[in-house]
Every structure is written in structure tokens, then in C-alpha cells.
Write a protein that binds this ligand. Structure first.
Ligand code: A2P
Length: 279
């Protein structure tokens, strides 16, 4: 990559809506820890913050945003709602609750947090999100933890899904899930992109490129996500780690380096099974 070419740090999520490829994950930070981490991250250059109703930290995240002094429109703010709001009208209540807690009047991205297929109302939740878009309340919408079977049901209702936020790291690549996203133009956002401090950070497939490129293992893994065309939302409250996690542009892994990291795949499913787990 030429040193004179500035690499794009965002992707087009929906027409006219750019999502910063690196965001700050905020689970399980709470209270003052969350507010301080969010404020510090924004000061350090983060422009994408990810929270959720269920993290019980939206009020603190909102406090951190205000403390940073950033203009609201400079920030990409994403949150998610629980399955109790899975109906066209109740999604509006979920929006009102989240924006009140966050102290904002619109969201950049609002996600169905879990499909809860036993309840069977997630298509209605997506319809509610489309209505919020039409009403100008949210700039983009998406889902989280949806398997291909869940995505198919939404698509069968004539609703293209823009984004799915799922657990992805080098050992949990979910190849069939990611292939489905590629085929259907669904942007993947990776949560736990570093695998909850995965042991793989010390694997030679990662430490090798880290040494060669003068980067940390975490930067190599985040760069691997970016070169696969994914957004990633690493969580850290630590100033130094926040900085390094954002500094993953303008260097590149080679194809053999990417292939070696891909080979860490274990075939293990994600930690939580979205056919049965929900909140
Ligand atoms: P810390 O918060 O102390 O920085 P999650 O799976 O929820 O995204 O968790 C991310 C985990 O990875 C946290 O334990 C976090 O620890 C750790 N982490 C975040 N950034 C880095 C980094 N750059 N290097 C090593 N560990 C990191």
C-alpha cells in the first residue's frame, strides 16, 4: 500500500451512511468506567461507539459522549434492543427508551439484538426498524446474532438486511455464515473480534506478521478483519489498547499471511446459540 494513499476507514452501510470500520465495544463496562472509556476513546479518535439496551450502560455511554464534547453528527452511535420489543409498534418504544437513556435524538444504527425464533417476531422487529428509518429516527438498521435461517425469513418478507453483528475471531470464523453474508451483500460487524483475549494472539500466524510489520498481535487480528471486509468493535478501557486498536489502517497483510490466520479456524460455533439464547 502506498504511503501517500489514505486508506478508507469506513464502509458504506446504506446509501449515504458510512460506518467507521473500527468501533468501541462497550460490554461489560458500566457506570463511570463506561463513561470514562467512551469519552477517552472519542478523544483518541474513535467515531463509532457500540452499546445495547441489555448492557445497562446506555446512560453512561451518553455521559461519555457528552463529556468528550464531540458534535453529535461527527459520531456513529449504534445500540440494540431486546426481544420484548419485537413488534412494529414496540420497536418505536425501544427507540424512545434508548435515545432517552443515551441523551440523543437519533441513532446511526439500531439492531435487533437476538432473533428469539421461539417467539417468532423478529421479522416484525425488522419491519419496525424500517418504519423508524422512514420516520427519520435512525440512519441505518441491522440485526445481531442472526443465523442464515433467520436472515432468510427476513429476506423472504422482501426486506434486505444491511448488517449482521456476530461473534467472529480467527478461531471462530463461522465460514458458512460469512459466505451467506457475502452472497447476500450483508455487512459483517465482528464482536469479540480479539476472541476475549484469545490464546491465538500468541500463535506464530499472528506474532510472525506482528514482528515483520512492527505491529501488536491485536493489530494484526483487527487488520485481518478489515481485509476480510468486516467492521470490528473491540472493547477496551485501556488508553494504549484503545489507540492501537484504532491504528490498523495504512498497512496490509499479504495473502499468505491472511491464509495462515484463516487456518486457525477451529469450526467451534459461537459462544451463545441464537436459536435458544436471547434477552
Ligand atoms: P482490556 O479491556 O483490558 O483492554 P471483547 O471480547 O468483549 O471484545 O473483549 C476484548 C478483550 O480483549 C478484553 O479483555 C480486552 O482487555 C482485550 N483487549 C482489547 N484490546 C486489546 C489489545 N489491543 N491487546 C490485547 N488485548 C486487548
Amino acid at each position: 500500500m502506498s504511503a501517500t494513499t489514505e486508506e478508507r476507514t469506513t464502509a458504506e452501510l446504506m446509501p449515504g451512511v458510512q460506518i467507521p470500520l473500527i468501533g468501541l465495544g462497550t460490554w461489560p463496562m458500566m457506570g463511570e468506567n463506561a463513561a470514562a472509556a467512551v469519552s477517552q476513546a472519542i478523544t483518541n479518535g474513535y467515531r463509532h461507539i457500540d452499546t445495547a439496551e441489555n448492557y445497562a450502560n446506555e446512560t453512561a455511554v451518553g455521559e461519555g459522549i457528552r463529556r468528550s464534547g464531540i458534535e453529535r453528527r461527527q459520531l456513529f452511535l449504534a445500540t440494540k434492543f431486546n426481544t420484548q420489543w419485537h413488534s412494529r409498534s414496540r420497536v418505536r418504544e425501544a427507540f424512545d427508551n434508548s435515545t432517552r437513556r443515551l441523551g440523543v435524538d437519533y441513532l446511526d444504527l439500531f439492531l435487533v439484538h437476538w432473533p428469539n425464533p421461539a417467539q417468532g417476531q423478529f421479522v416484525e422487529a425488522c419491519e419496525g426498524l424500517q418504519q423508524l428509518m422512514e420516520d427519520g429516527c435512525i440512519r441505518a438498521w441491522g440485526v445481531s446474532n442472526f443465523k442464515p435461517a433467520h436472515l432468510q425469513r427476513v429476506q423472504a418478507a422482501g426486506i434486505p438486511v444491511p448488517l449482521n453483528q456476530i461473534q467472529v475471531d480467527p478461531e471462530h470464523g463461522q465460514p458458512e455464515q460469512l459466505a451467506y453474508h457475502r452472497e447476500h451483500g450483508i455487512l459483517t460487524a465482528a464482536y469479540s473480534p480479539l476472541g476475549r483475549n484469545g490464546g491465538f494472539l500468541s500463535h506464530p500466524a499472528i506474532t510472525g506478521p506482528a514482528t515483520d510489520l512492527g505491529k501488536t498481535p491485536a493489530q494484526i487480528v483487527l487488520r485481518w478483519h478489515i481485509q476480510h471486509g468486516r467492521a470490528a468493535i473491540p472493547k477496551s478501557a485501556n488508553k494504549q489498547r484503545q489507540r492501537e486498536n484504532l491504528d490498523v489502517f495504512n498497512f496490509a497483510l499479504t495473502q499468505p499471511q491472511i491464509t495462515a490466520i484463516n487456518a486457525l479456524e477451529t469450526g467451534t460455533p459461537p459462544r451463545l446459540d441464537s436459536d435458544t439464547y436471547f434477552h
